[in-house]
Structures are given as structure tokens and as C-alpha cells.
Design a protein around this ligand. Structure first.
Ligand SMILES: NC(=O)c1ccc[n+]([C@@H]2O[C@H](COP(=O)([O-])OP(=O)(O)OC[C@H]3O[C@@H](n4cnc5c(N)ncnc54)[C@H](OP(=O)(O)O)[C@@H]3O)[C@@H](O)[C@H]2O)c1
Length: 357
């Protein structure tokens, strides 16, 4: 029986992943820094026929991973700029497998750079096991399957959620401090935060405004397509003219380390949460254009974003615990393909008559 640790098990995503992880017969261990909150999270997990969850209170998850060598670690503690690399390195040292929900550009790229260390240790590291990165990259894999690399790719994430945890706001602060990024000619280029306003077409004929944000989807779409020009946009940032005008200033202020750290401490202390886009349907979108002008587009449709994310993370963790991975560092689509998104409740549709965006 594999042991799956869920770090950040008291949070919005951690609780939901714990609930999704009870059916595979694995021993779930809820890991956190507060005994009372952990006990409440454990009491809420129903395990019909399986072992009840255990809890582990620690301020040093990386140290405990190295000592106890669990089979799989799921890291839900954002902002991931502070937790992805130390936790993944501890997993490599222990020979454990690692899964996180990161969707900020830097942590996703840093995790993927641990590929050779992971292969040498026999560990599988998976970053972006949620709506962001998987929803967009699975579309790119499917659009590009069996074709030469396109010249241009654009992806857009448009999730709806019932509510967001404070760690999401902290992750947004980290992302804003990174500033705008795109790939042009295969090279990473700085762009204005909030630039590249794009009205994404939806299958029902409506459009949704999105702007460029430095997400893990940018890196994942580059790797999935081999395209030189890649832009990743999101509807999660307000797209009004006034907001887009001040975003670069906010990003510049947050780039000052001391300011950013204070803001993140305040968010954690006061449990501040960002506004959330509510609704019935989350959308992901990808557009690819090939030499000669041919272009195709695709959509992934699913329900509430956290539900999809929790199913993705729980499925990836269970498959790794069952020995279904391979050593190295991956995004979830690169390891398990677009069918992982379908099995988590995503429906994918295509259109080969796409117009230039
Ligand atoms: N890729 C995706 O699609 C996707 C989807 C959903 C969420 N996310 C990301 O996942 C992260 C978690 O989201 P969430 O909504 O679950 O946030 P949340 O409700 O705020 O939960 C954060 C969890 O992390 C723990 N934590 C926070 N700071 C910590 C620290 N310094 N040391 C140890 N534990 C700490 C919290 O523990 P306490 O209870 O002790 O405070 C809590 O368990 C965010 O970064 C979010 O952006 C990604």
C-alpha cells in the first residue's frame, strides 16, 4: 500500500485533494503546521473501506520527507516559488515521487530543470497538476499530435471557482512581481504585465477577454508544441483599461523583495483572499498556427476549477503510487497525455477553421 503525503492539507485545495484520494487504497497522510486545523481536516475525510488518514504536524516538511521517505508527496503550499524546489529536492534525495499545483512561471520552469537529478534518483516530479497547467497543455498536445511544430501558439485559461484560498492571492503577488513574459522566436522576452489583451472565442459564439500573465502554461505550451512564438493569457486578471494601465506599476513595486515578503506575510496573517470568477463552466483554449497559415483551435470545458484540479492531483498521485510514472521531471500532460484531463472531467473539442487571433 503506497503512502501519499498531502502537504497543506488544511487548505482549500489540500482538503479537496484529500477527499479525492481515498478510493485507491493508499495510506493518506495529511501534513500541516497546525495540529488543530489538521485534526479537523482529517475528521472531514471519509474513507469507506480504506485506512483512515493519518496526520503529521511539522514546520519542516522537507526534513520529514528526507527522513521518512514517503512514496508520493503532493505539495499544495503556495506561493510555489518558496516551496516547489526545496520540497522536490527532498523527494529526489528520498527517492520519493513529487506532485504540485504550481502555476507560476518560475517554479514550473525550475521544477522541470530538476529532470536529470530526478532521473538519476528514480523519482518522478510533476508540476502544474491542476486546471493550470494541464487544461491548456492537453489542448496543445492534441492540436500538435502527428504534425510539425507550429510557428505560433496562444493559450488562455478561463476558470471559474467557488472561492479561493489566501495562498492563491500570495501566488498572484509572486506572479505579478515576475512581470509579463512571452516566448518570441524561441526566446523568453519581457513584456508589459497585462499586455496582449485577447478576446478568446468560445464555441457558443461569445468571447472572453484575457491578458498575458507569467504562468506555467507559457512554459508547458512551448514544450508541448515546439513553437517559437508562444503567449499565455488568463481571464483571472481584470482586463479593464484602468487595471491594465496600473498593473506594470504594481508589478514593479512588488519586485522589491522586502515589499513582496511583507505583502505575503500580511495575506497569510489576515487570511486575505482574491475575488473569484464564479459560474458553471471553466474553459481552457489553445490556438496553433503553422507555416503557410493553416491554423486550428481547441477548447477544454469543465465545471468548477478546484474540483477539476483536485481530481487531476489525486489521479497523478495515485498513478505514481501505483508505479505508473517514469523517472524525470514533467508537466502532467507530458507524462500522462490529454486523457488525464478527460479522466478528470474535461471535454475537448476542436475547430480546424480558426481565424488568425
Ligand atoms: N494549478 C492550479 O490549477 C491550481 C488550482 C488551485 C490552487 N492552486 C494553487 O495552490 C495553492 C494552494 O491553494 P489553496 O486555495 O488551497 O490555498 P489555501 O486555502 O490558502 O491553503 C494553503 C495551505 O498551505 C498552508 N500554508 C500556507 N503557508 C504555509 C507555510 N508558510 N508553511 C506551511 N504551510 C503553509 C496552509 O496551512 P495553514 O492552514 O496552516 O495556514 C494551507 O494548508 C495556491 O498557490 C494556488 O495558487 C493551483
Amino acid at each position: 500500500m503506497g503512502e501519499i503525503w498531502i502537504i497543506g492539507a488544511t487548505g482549500r485545495a489540500g482538503r479537496s485533494i484529500s477527499a479525492e484520494s481515498t478510493t485507491g487504497g493508499h495510506q493518506i497522510v495529511l501534513v500541516g503546521r497546525n495540529a488543530e486545523r489538521l485534526a479537523a481536516a482529517a475528521a472531514a475525510v471519509e474513507t469507506p473501506g480504506g485506512p483512515p488518514p493519518r496526520t503529521l504536524v511539522t514546520d519542516d516538511p522537507a526534513g520529514r520527507i528526507t527522513a521518512d521517505k514517503p512514496d508520493v508527496v503532493v505539495n499544495t503550499v503556495g506561493p510555489f516559488g518558496a516551496t516547489t524546489v526545496p520540497t522536490a529536492r527532498a523527494c529526489v534525495e528520498a527517492g520519493s515521487h513529487y506532485v504540485d499545483l504550481a502555476n507560476e512561471f518560475e517554479p514550473v520552469r525550475s521544477l522541470l530543470e530538476l529532470d536529470s537529478a530526478a532521473r538519476a534518483a528514480g523519482s518522478t516530479l510533476v508540476t502544474g497538476a491542476g486546471f493550470g497547467v494541464l487544461a491548456n497543455e492537453s489542448l496543445v498536445y492534441e492540436l500538435c499530435a502527428g504534425r510539425p511544430a507550429p510557428t505560433r501558439v496562444r493559450v488562455a485559461a478561463m476558470p471559474v471557482v467557488d472561492g479561493l484560498g489566501p495562498a492563491v492571492l500570495a501566488s498572484v503577488v509572486d506572479a505579478a512581481a515576475t512581470g509579463g513574459l512571452i516566448y518570441r522566436g524561441g526566446r523568453l522576452e519581457r513584456t508589459r504585465l497585462g499586455a496582449h489583451l485577447q478576446h478568446v472565442p468560445l464555441p457558443d459564439g461569445t468571447t472572453r477577454p484575457t491578458v498575458a500573465v507569467p504562468t506555467g502554461e507559457l512554459e508547458a505550451a512551448l514544450r508541448a508544441s515546439g513553437a517559437g512564438d508562444v503567449i499565455a493569457t488568463s481571464s483571472e486578471v481584470p482586463t479593464g483599461r484602468a487595471t491594465r494601465a496600473v498593473l506594470p506599476v504594481v508589478g514593479a513595486i512588488l519586485r522589491v523583495d522586502a515589499v513582496r515578503r511583507s505583502v505575503i506575510r500580511l495575506i497569510d496573517r489576515w487570511k486575505l483572499t482574491p475575488p473569484s470568477a464564479q459560474g458553471d463552466t471553466s474553459w481552457a483554449y489553445a490556438y496553433a498556427q503553422w507555416e503557410g497559415g493553416e491554423s486550428r483551435q481547441a477548447w477544454l470545458r469543465t465545471g468548477e476549477g478546484y474540483a477539476f484540479t483536485s481530481r487531476v492531483a489525486a489521479r497523478v498521485a495515485a498513478r505514481l503510487a501505483d508505479g505508473d510514472g517514469r523517472p524525470g521531471a514533467f508537466t502532467p500532460g507530458a507524462l500522462f497525455g490529454a486523457d488525464l484531463a478527460r479522466s478528470a472531467g474535461g471535454t475537448i473539442t476542436f475547430d480546424s477553421t480558426a481565424k488568425d487571433l
